[in-house]
Design a protein around this ligand. Structure first.
Ligand SMILES: *Cc1c(COP(=O)(O)O)cnc(C)c1O
Length: 396
């Protein structure tokens, strides 16, 4: 199939909701992707923060192939060993007690919202009048529940009415959160580092302040670690950077490093609010998806992925910071570890920069507020960071 044939076919049959770039990715190796014409791309997007281990990671591929030949799906009518093992591993690194597997980040957040409501239903003796405080410029997904807590009017407008009882506070403004707390508040939901919203890390004061509000009022703290978790910031959880524990944590993106799998995890006292019949999924936690989670978490340990992220993340952070004074079109820089953003001057629309990067063989992403977002595979090398910086210098 040629690039044109593929694009024509897709444009005739797929729902038109993505502004795709006119190229067809065909295969990958390491941190490089190749299109149908054989052109090479250095990947600083990882399929939006998913492909943490890069492409063709042998241990990962071998484990998936072995599981395919054994058993792919069972439904949740039965137990399966990969899910049990993956659940244990997630509890171990997250400090949570119970896990529910989903197929995406959206569904993980959907489940977290349901769990928070059920917990509050019990807390308030059967009342269903509850509120969730979420953050402006947040992103939690596109299903009706997850969209309802996504603080982006543009995504929400045409799809109202959304679920009720959601209020939005300003990220990193503790007083704005306090002002919204009432007896009905059942959860405060946030990303420790906002991704789509523009690569804003939460301040320590903000995260610790939210923890205290939650403790004082029996409110659940829900942390969406879908993008910033799984090693992205140099820790398994972005939240670990703050010395704070959440009540519910959601995962996806790099959890399966390419296989669609998400999860939400909770402390026992919270998790026990859910009883048989309250929640479920057909695919979620199937042996294939969970084999991916298992091998990913094994590789993180065996191949010391976090140490690598800390080292290269620090390097990339420094290199990007240098661009702020050096290039007139770069007006700001922020992020944590291998989750970094460059704020561009209004004269340089990020969409055009992403396109120009592609022409030069570099895949990048954008984020809200004219921000160039960089989420390389976690195995990226300093040499590849240098290559990326060089390309940005020629374009900015
Ligand atoms: C991507 C993302 C989601 C949604 O995940 P999907 O797998 O696309 O459903 C939710 N929260 C955050 C923070 C994300 O970055």
């Amino acid at each position: 199939m040629t690039t044109k044939e593929c694009m024509d076919l897709a444009d005739s049959h797929l729902l038109h909701v993505y502004n795709r770039f006119p190229l067809v990715l065909d295969h990958g190796d390491g941190v490089y992707l190749y299109d149908l014409d054989g052109k090479e791309y250095l990947d600083f997007g990882s399929g939006i923060g998913v492909f943490g281990l890069g492409y063709n990671y042998k241990k990962y591929n071998d484990a998936l192939k072995a599981q395919i030949d054994k058993l792919i799906h069972t439904s949740n009518l039965f137990y399966n060993a990969p899910a049990a093992l993956a659940g244990e591993k997630i509890c171990e690194f997250s400090g949570m007690d119970r896990v529910f597997f989903t197929n995406s980040g959206t569904e993980a957040n959907e489940g977290a919202i349901k769990l928070a409501r059920k917990y509050a239903y019990n807390r308030d003796h059967g009342s269903t009048d509850h509120e969730i405080i979420a953050m402006k410029h947040s992103f939690h997904g596109r299903s009706m529940g997850a969209l309802s807590v996504t603080g982006n009017e543009h995504y929400q407008e045409a799809f109202r009415p959304l679920i009720g009882g959601v209020k939005f506070a300003n990220f990193n403004d503790l007083e704005s959160v306090k002002a919204l707390v009432t007896k009905k508040t059942c959860a405060i939901m946030l990303e420790p580092v906002q991704g789509e919203g523009g690569l804003y890390p939460a301040s320590e004061e903000f995260i610790q302040g939210i923890r205290k509000i939650c403790d004082d009022h029996d409110i659940l703290m829900i942390c969406d670690e879908v993008q910033c978790g799984m090693g992205r910031t140099g820790k398994m959880l972005a939240l670990e950077n703050y010395g704070v524990k959440a009540d519910i944590i959601t995962f996806a993106k790099a959890l399966g490093c390419g296989v669609p799998v998400g999860a939400f995890a909770a402390r026992e006292e919270v998790a026990s609010a859910m009883v048989p019949g309250d929640h479920g999924t057909t695919y979620g936690g199937n042996p294939f998806a969970c084999a991916a989670v298992n091998v990913v978490l094994d590789i993180f340990k065996e191949d010391k992925i976090l140490d690598h992220v800390k080292e290269v993340g620090f390097y990339m952070d420094q290199k990007l910071a240098e661009l702020v004074g050096e290039l007139p079109n770069v007006i700001g820089h922020r992020g944590k570890g291998l989750m970094q953003g460059l704020a561009l001057a209004p004269e340089k629309p990020v969409g055009e920069v992403v396109k120009a990067c592609l022409e030069k063989g570099l895949i990048t992403l954008s984020a809200e507020g004219n921000v160039l977002r960089l989420l390389p595979p976690l195995v990226i090398s300093k040499t590849d960071v240098d290559k990326m910086i060089l390309i940005l210098k020629t374009l900015l």
